[in-house]
Structure formats: structure tokens, C-alpha cells
Design a protein around this ligand. Structure first.
Ligand code: ADP
Ligand code: ZN
Ligand code: ZN
Length: 746
């Protein structure tokens, strides 16, 4: 994690610049720096480059002395774009670091970092209007009056804002300007002009544990140096409050903060708390917002107008100048890992960026990943603990219900008696319940009883899921949908049966079983387009009293009314063929259980399972993180998995199964030779595969997978770079994807 050499200016000789053109290309091009621009062309600056005699904007990735392999005659850069600040140097360092670590060209990384509309045009300076004085005679026009009053109150407003306030007000503005009552100004976009005016909010008095954690964190914030923290606190222990205080301390020093959250859905709750505390200088930045707004927000960060960024993994690239703090909330979440394109892990990059920007990084979680816990154990991170909930609220008791001994109702064991009883009494008392199931849709699949096959997606080796509204079969991987077949597609038998269940089915059953249930459902089918806000809002106000959902309901939300959490089938996350499955199960159960009893009434949790002896369930039911971590850590050590080794995956895929196997064998052969050439270091790397990936066919491609295990990141990195140089990203229809520190081995 050593910072990259960040030489902004190099001594002697004319320099050249490697530039990423802001076109849909990841390749960089080298330009000469003409004497007129010497000293102004910096890494991260935006420049105009001549491309076929027309100026095209580009981002300077590197400034360096010429090399022998540069093209013989380099065109000179045209101009440096003055009204957009250069990317902060720690961000450029991060781009370089990630490029080396994730085995990708810097251009690809920089492209991943920026919004796609970035730099279409540098931001224009904005016109503003300033209040000067009242006219001698009070104006008669109501428009004049409104404008004057608003500006007197605000002091200064953007012209656009004034015009929005008073439609057709432009004549009034002109008149007032002419009278000298107002003055026009422009605001240069690169001026950090958002003064810190923390709105007055009541802050809770920190608990002793919070105070303890803050003491250490604030010392690091004030020392302007890197320090990594693991803030391990059960749900509701006041972690967010700690983040808020630490951010305030960074803002007071004139610095900015980045807060990473695992999902966009979670930013809603958090955004409200941040806006309350920090007013207009906080912004949410994520890849799902409209590109124009994202590009604007990105510029606002770059120019210093926005000083607190809240967002999912892509926010780790926020161009925050003068970074003072990074927070990674729920650091164990796998959504921090990007699963396509550049496969970076934002949690890991946050730590790297902290070292590059010399600022503290807080990783917060109720259930830290084993990797992070090991880092705390090895003193790479300072361990801070919030062991109990604030205000002495207790952790809810968890009951494991063995489904094998429950009656079958309507063909399945959907609701055990204890869960039905608890649901009924909870709702009778006027309280609310969350029912969790890790599977959306009706979750049902179609099985042929003659030939025994389930209906599968033709593109992926995955069972199609039955959805009721509208009725169809869907593949949850590629979104392929078909009508529900009346006969088996394999053998044409009519003896086909629908099995299993999902959130949609549970929603129906609850409405049927419990008379006064007002059920809402939250999953990726219902949450888009404002659905999430609406359903969460209705649940918060009590309009809905049962919320059925997938992971979305498990995380972060603070619902004081919820006193019952039911997990319908714990197996649904244990069954994944991945060595992290027990860890996921433990985390997920702890998270869902954390939704119960957050208000003044204590809560209960009921977990239905076919195997209550499973250790992840056992430890989750007693809220025993440490017990789980020790047991799981032992298993990982025995099997040589992280945190006791490092992994890298190589995936070879092709529409043609034979081609995939052939290329995989070629790669395997090359890897063996590279390892041999590395001598003793190479012999310590274990190569598994190539073998068919767990989901062998995905989106019409057959996938072969190799897994490299080793103790040295450097050796693995070396091998991957050799593979990259030899095979690139694959040829023809074959694709080769390198995945450093993979988190999903499906
Ligand atoms: P976490 O992020 O660990 O789940 P939060 O910071 O959201 O915990 O705190 C849980 C609840 O307790 C919130 O409603 C928060 O406002 C409140 N809270 C946090 N710290 C304190 C405190 N020191 N005193 C009283 N209430 C607190
Ligand atoms: Zn059949
Ligand atoms: Zn599919």
C-alpha cells in the first residue's frame, strides 16, 4: 500500500503528457508539452488536444520525460482548460495504484472513476445577483418586491435561482440592476465558496464507548495523517453518530469527507441525517443518478462546493480536494466489490486512498469481514468497539425453529406455528414485523416429475423463477423471460409442478393467514422508480405493518415500531457454493435481527431452518460475533482461504464451450510456466482449475474458471500481469477477465 511517486514536476528537459481523451476510449495518447504550457500541464488537469486538427478534451494521466518507445513526432497540446480544477493528486495516485493492483491500464481506471459526461464541457462560470440597497422609492411591482426581499435575505443568489423564483422576472432584475439596487457578479466555478454553516441540531451526548472511539479518531483527523480504524459496533450502537462527529471535525479543519454506503437504497435514510447536520454542503453521488446531475455533482466536489459526499462504491473516486476523512459503513458488504469492468473493491481502495491523502479511514460494521477483523488483530487497523446499543436497548432474543418438525401447510413449510403466532400477536399489539427471504418473485420454479428436470434459462445454467404479477418465468441473471410452460420443455410431459417460494408468495400468504396484516413488499421488483421511498415511508408511518423483503430490508433502516423479525428460510444463503457462504449467512442474520426492537419496545427474532445445528446459525442466534469469527477463521486457515491467503481468479468465457476449454488450457499452461520461472516464490502459488464455473453458462457464454491462491500479493500480481501481456482481454469471442481478491466465486 505504499503511495505512488507523485512527482508533479520533473527536473530538466522537455516533458510529454499521457492523455486520456474524453471520448469513449480507454487508451491514452502521448502529446508534447509546448513551452507555452510548460509548468501548467499537471497530472489530473484537463487539456485540449489536437485530434485530426480539432480540439478534443482530455485528462492528463501522467507527465513524464520522453521515452524511446514514444512515437517519433508528437503533436503538442493545445491548451490547458482553466476553469476546471485538476483532479486532486491523491486521486491520481489512487488511479495509478488501482491500475497496477487490478492489472488494468490507467486509462481504464480513470474512465471507471469519472462520470461518463464528465468534461463534455468545463463548467461555465455562473451568473449571480447580489443585494446592494433598497431603492429610494419602494417598488410597486410585486415582482420587484419579491426579488428584493429574497435577495436581501440571502445576500447573493444564482441568477438561475432568482429566475426560477420569479418567472418572467428578468425585466424586474434588469430594472433593479439599473437602479443600483442589485449587482451582477460571476462566480468562478473553482472557488470553494460553500462556507461551513452547520445548522443548529441537537447532538446526543456521546456514550462512554462513543467518546472513547472519538477521542482516537479526532486525534488522527487533527493530525492530518493516515490511520485506519475498525469501528465494530452492533446495530444501533451509535456508529453513525461517531461518523457524524468525525466528519464535523474534518469540516472544521476546512477538509472534506467521503462516506461510502453499500447500497443506494441506504443513502435515503443517511442523506436525511447528513442534510440535517451539514446542510447544503453534503451531496449524494451515485451511478444511478441521471448522468447530467452526476457530472454536475462531480464538478461541485472538484470545485469544493460540496464537502461531504455520500455514495456507494463509486464514491471512493470522488474528486474531493483536501480530503480529511473516509468512512466505509458496513464494510463487510460485498457490494463494495465491482463485479464487472474494473473489478475493484471500494473498501480496500478507501484504505489506500487514506494513505495517499494522509487522512484517517473508518471501517464500520456490526459483523466485520474476516479480512478486516484479521487486519485489526494484526494491528494494521486500530480496533474500536461499541459493544452495546445506546440507551441500554437490548439485543433481541433469537429463536431457531426447526422446519422439519413443523406441519406442512398448502404443500410447504412456509410459516411455522411459532412464527404465525408471533406475527398475529405482534400485529394485535399494534406493532410491526419484517419478514425476510433471500429470494424475490414467487421464488417458485417448475419441475417436471417425469424427467426430473427444472425449467432452466437457455442462456444461463440457472433455474428460471416463477413470477406471478405478471405471470412469467424469469432468469434472475440475464433477465430472460418466457411464458409459464404447460408442459416440460425437455420431455413434453404434462406432469409439471411448481415448487419453492419467494417474497411475492410470502406477501400473498401473510395477507391470507393474518387478518389485520397490511403487507408491503420490498425487493428489486418493487423498489425502482420511487417505490422504495414510498414503501419505506408507508411502513414507517404504520400504514403498512408487515414488510416482506429481500436483503434490501435487512440493512441499515431504523424502524422503531418493528418488534418481530422473521427469517423464512435461513438456508437460502447457506446453499451458495462459495467459501464465504457461512460468513454471509452470519452477517445477513445479524443484520436482519438488528431491525428488531430499535424503539422502546424490545423485539424478538424467529429464524426458520432445516438445520438449526449449523454453526453460522448457532453463533448468529446468540449474537456471538467473536465465537463465529474464531470458528470461521480456523476453517479458513485449514483450507488456506483468505485472510490466510490471497486469491485471484481468471475467468475464460466464450459462446463456444470447446473454445472456452481450449483457451483455459492455454492460460493454465502459461501460468504454470510463469510460476516455474519465478522459482521458490512461484512454487508457493497454488493453481486450482481450470474448471467449469459454478454457474457454467451465463448470458449465453460458457465459463471456465481458474483460482490462484498464494501468500504473496506481489507474486500473484506478477503472474496476472504476465497473463495480461500474453493474452490481453482475449481474442475473437473469447473473453479473459482477471479478478483480484474475488468476493464471489459463482
Ligand atoms: P448504528 O449506526 O450503529 O446503527 P446509530 O448511530 O444510527 O447507530 O444510532 C442508533 C440510534 O441511537 C439513532 O436513532 C441515534 O440517533 C441514537 N443515538 C446515537 N448515539 C446516541 C447517544 N449517544 N445518545 C442517545 N441516542 C443516540
Ligand atoms: Zn420433463
Ligand atoms: Zn439467464
Amino acid at each position: 500500500m505504499a503511495p505512488v511517486g507523485s512527482s508533479e514536476t520533473l527536473p530538466g528537459g522537455p516533458l510529454v503528457a499521457d492523455v486520456l481523451l474524453l471520448l469513449p476510449l480507454a487508451q491514452t495518447y502521448t502529446y508534447a508539452i509546448p513551452p507555452s504550457l510548460a509548468g501548467r500541464v499537471r497530472r489530473g488537469a484537463q487539456v485540449d488536444c489536437p485530434v485530426r486538427n480539432r480540439p478534443v478534451s482530455g485528462l492528463v494521466i501522467a507527465v513524464r520525460p520522453p521515452r524511446d518507445d514514444d512515437p517519433p513526432r508528437l503533436s503538442p497540446l493545445t491548451e490547458v482548460v482553466a476553469n476546471r480544477a485538476a483532479w486532486p493528486s491523491d486521486l491520481m495516485d489512487l488511479v495509478d495504484w488501482a491500475a497496477r493492483y487490478y492489472v488494468a491500464p490507467s486509462g481504464v481506471v480513470a474512465r471507471t472513476a469519472m462520470p461518463s459526461l464528465f468534461a463534455r464541457r468545463a463548467p461555465k462560470s455562473e451568473a449571480t445577483v447580489r443585494f446592494v440597497q433598497h431603492p429610494d422609492v419602494p417598488p410597486r411591482s410585486p415582482r420587484d418586491k419579491t426579488i428584493l426581499a429574497a435577495l436581501e435575505a440571502a445576500g447573493e443568489m444564482d441568477m438561475a435561482a432568482v429566475r426560477a423564483l420569479v418567472p418572467d422576472g428578468i425585466t424586474s432584475i434588469r430594472r433593479l440592476l439599473a437602479k443600483g439596487c442589485l449587482r451582477m457578479d460571476t462566480r468562478a466555478p473553482d472557488v470553494a465558496d460553500a462556507p461551513l454553516r452547520p445548522t443548529h441540531v441537537e447532538r446526543p451526548v456521546p456514550t462512554a464507548d462513543q467518546a472513547d472511539a472519538l477521542l482516537k479518531i479526532l486525534a488522527a483527523v487533527r493530525a492530518d495523517k493516515y490511520a485506519g480504524y475498525l469501528l465494530h459496533g452492533v446495530t444501533g450502537s451509535g456508529k453513525t453518530e461517531v461518523y457524524l462527529c468525525a466528519i464535523e471535525a474534518a469540516l472544521e479543519r476546512g477538509k472534506g469527507a467521503i462516506v461510502l454506503v453499500p447500497e443506494i437504497a441506504l443513502t435515503i435514510d443517511l442523506r436525511r441525517r447528513f442534510e440535517k447536520r451539514f446542510g447544503g454542503i453534503a451531496a449524494v453521488l451515485h451511478s444511478a443518478m441521471p448522468e447530467t446531475r452526476r457530472a454536475k455533482a462531480w464538478d461541485d466536489v472538484l470545485s469544493g462546493r460540496i464537502r461531504v459526499v455520500v455514495g456507494p462504491r463509486s464514491a471512493v473516486w470522488a474528486p474531493m480536494p483536501n480530503l480529511g476523512l473516509i468512512v466505509v459503513d458496513e464494510e463487510h458488504e460485498t457490494s463494495y466489490k465491482q463485479q464487472e469492468g474494473l473489478r475493484y473493491n471500494a473498501r480496500d481502495l478507501a484504505l489506500v486512498r487514506g494513505t495517499l491523502a494522509k487522512c484517517p479511514v473508518i471501517l464500520g460494521s456490526a459483523t466485520p469481514s474476516l479480512e478486516t477483523f484479521q487486519n485489526a488483530h494484526d494491528r494494521k487497523l486500530t480496533y474500536l468497539s461499541l459493544p452495546s446499543r445506546v440507551l441500554d436497548r437490548t439485543m433481541p432474543p433469537v429463536t431457531l425453529v426447526d422446519l422439519r418438525y413443523q406441519p406442512v401447510i398448502g404443500g410447504e413449510r412456509l410459516f411455522s406455528q411459532p412464527l404465525r403466532d408471533a406475527l398475529a400477536t405482534t400485529l394485535e399489539r399494534g406493532e410491526s414485523a419484517i419478514l425476510f427471504l433471500n429470494r424475490r418473485g414467487f421464488g417458485r420454479f417448475i419441475l417436471c416429475r417425469t424427467c426430473g428436470t427444472a425449467v432452466r434459462c437457455p442462456n444461463c445454467s440457472i433455474t428460471m423463477t416463477h413470477h406471478a404479477r405478471p405471470e412469467r418465468l424469469c432468469c434472475h441473471y440475464c433477465d430472460h423471460a418466457t411464458p409459464v410452460p404447460g408442459t416440460c420443455p425437455t420431455c413434453n410431459s404434462t406432469d409439471v409442478e411448481v415448487l419453492g417460494f419467494g417474497t411475492e408468495r410470502v406477501e400473498d400468504e401473510v395477507a391470507r393467514l393474518v387478518p389485520n396484516a397490511r403487507v408491503g413488499r420490498l425487493d428489486s421488483d418493487t423498489s425502482p422508480g420511487g417505490g422504495l421511498d414510498r414503501i419505506l415511508g408507508d411502513f414507517r408511518t404504520g400504514k403498512l405493518n408487515v414488510l416482506v423483503g429481500t436483503q434490501i430490508v435487512a440493512k441499515g433502516h431504523d424502524f422503531p415500531r418493528v418488534t418481530l423479525v422473521g427469517v423464512l428460510l435461513a438456508e437460502q444463503s447457506l446453499a451458495f457454493p462459495d467459501f464465504r457462504a457461512p460468513e454471509r449467512t452470519f452477517q445477513l442474520l445479524t443484520q436482519v435481527a438488528g431491525r428488531a426492537g430499535r424503539g422502546d419496545t424490545p423485539g424478538v427474532v424467529i429464524v426458520q431452518t432445516y438445520d438449526p445445528t449449523q454453526y453460522a446459525l448457532q453463533y448468529a442466534s446468540t449474537h456471538d460475533y467473536l465465537g463465529f469469527a474464531v470458528a470461521e477463521n480456523r476453517m479458513r486457515r485449514e483450507r488456506g482461504y483468505p485472510p490466510h491467503s490471497h486469491l485471484a481468479a481468471i475467468e475464460i468465457s466464450s459462446p463456444d464451450a470447446r473454445e472456452a476449454t481450449k483457451v483455459a488450457d492455454d492460460v493454465r499452461e502459461a501460468v504454470s510456466q510463469f510460476l516455474m520461472a519465478l522459482g521458490p516464490a512461484g512454487r508457493k502459488v497454488i493453481v486450482l482449475g481450470p474448471s467449469a464455473a459454478a454457474i457454467e453458462r451465463l448470458r449465453g457464454r460458457t465459463r471456465q474458471q481458474m483460482l490462484l491462491k498464494g501468500n504473496s500479493r506481489a507474486t500473484l500480481n506478477d503472474v496476472l500481469w504476465r497473463v495480461q501481456r500474453m493474452f490481453g482481454n482475449g481474442h475473437g469471442d473469447t473473453r479473459i477477465v482477471l479478478d483480484v481478491d474475488p468476493v464471489s466465486l459463482l
